[in-house]
Design a binder for this molecule. Sequence first.
Ligand code: C2E
Ligand code: CA
Ligand code: CA
Length: 537
Amino acid sequence: MLDLIPAPTAIVDLIDGRLVFIANNMAFRAAGFVCGGEAALLDAIGDRIATFLTSAETRCSVPLQIGDSVDSRYYDVTLARCPDRVSVASCLMTLLDQTAEQRTEASLRREMNTDSLTGLANRMGFGDLVDERIADGKRARYAVLAINLDRFSRVNACMGSLSGDELLISVARRLKGVLRGCDVLARTGGDEFAVLLTLRGGPDDAILVAGRLQQALVQPFQLSDFSISVDCSIGIALGEDTEDEAEDLIRHAQFAVKRSKRTGQTEIYRPHLFDIVRSQFSIETRLRTALEERQLRLAFQPIYDLSNGRINSFEALARWQTPDGQHISPVDFIPVAEESGLIVPLGRWAMDEAARALALWDRQSGGHCGARMAVNLSAVQLQRDDIAAMFAEVLSRHDLTGDRFTIELTESAFIVDPDSTLQTMLALKAMHATIAMDDFGTGYSNLAYLQKLPIDKLKIDRSFVSGMLADRDKVAIVRAILSLAQALGMRTTAEGIETQELEQTLVALGCAFGQGYFYSKPIDADAAYAMLVARNA
Ligand code: C2E
Ligand code: CA
Ligand code: CA
């Protein structure tokens, strides 16, 4: 039936600088062009028609939108010169109603840009929104936050995807509750959210909001009969930093969130870090040079005996300051060293350097300085190097005994090659070294291997310790690790103690040793010795 109605056509003349409009009103009305439509039309594109009429153009097409609310209508307006009306500037105007097409396209676009589960913008929609903000010009005052839920896949695996969906909706609701109306929350992936944040102040504002977002998830979620804790890691990219496109900003935030997963704290994207990691080759050559030119140092962090407040040992931690003064964190260069094989010379250097420091402290105190030394051993180094021989050599070079050392291994060592790892451990034990399991709880936590291996000590990962006071689930985990250790005859060190309150809680729970910023950050050898003397006098 619609086909029978001719496209609304009108003749428009330009007489004495005024547009005169002769239309077939019925046809116009049929096209939804109701009363007053002509005026609106001339209002919107009158200037364009006048330009057409005074130009040499013979035909042109102009998009037209009438109304700017939900019921606005869209037309394709075609202007064509009338060859038979040469006495006045005149044209034939045809309106093609495009409203239905436009609406379909808009709803399709909306659908493509929306996450159907939460109703939030999805990755694509978020990209468009960030693009709009960039085009807006007020560039200095916004940030993109990438939010990654930790261990979310476990919920799906254990409770089914329906529960996972329910949880995601609740998470979205809580996150949204923290944000202001001008901020945008999006779900950019399975367990990934993102925020386009309008900054009131500087970057601190973004950190503040990140903290609030994390705080919003602290309270466990109630899913049927279960109470589920969800943590998140957050990475931030600042709009002011770069001349980038939306895609770059989002990628930078995602890069920062990956880093945040490793460091356990909110990270702001820093271009030089990205360059370093992107250019594996560059960091590798620089690290090689760094080893040769002795740019690496060891820092020492005390480990306290919680029963008497004395320093039991120091953990040796690698530090790299490049000649141009840049500090590169071991979180960034140890993985590169592992991938490139440089971890073998690096690990050898660290062991030797740690022994050298301990031997010096002994000499300074005229005998046994009273502390032991903990050295990290990478799983890759364990595979590639003859650790036992290397350790024996270091001991004899510095005239020390094996019982002065703790070797810290991570769980990955036992997954990669359990048999050879066991052989190495037995050889180290034969030299009376202590074996500690580092970052315990973050890896595979397979109890079967714990029982089989000669492990003396468990180091409870910082991520459980630091969140303990705010999260009862973490207290439960720490308590479980402590009783497990006790049952297996192992001692325990809690990492990442930052407050006295945490220390007291851990003492009450029966943890033997503690390490963290509350006592001291990693410091250089001289400062460490001074601390030892002062503390253990
Ligand atoms: P890790 O063995 O778990 O070392 C503890 C890390 O936690 C250190 O970071 C330390 O500075 C940090 N830390 C200690 N107390 C606190 C605290 O209270 N709060 C917070 N937020 N952090 C605390 P660092 O020095 O950046 O080392 C990171 C990781 O790099 C180490 O984690 C270790 O896995 C690796 N690493 C460092 N040096 C060496 C090395 O010589 N050889 C090998 N294979 N790995 C190393
Ligand atoms: Ca360690
Ligand atoms: Ca650790």
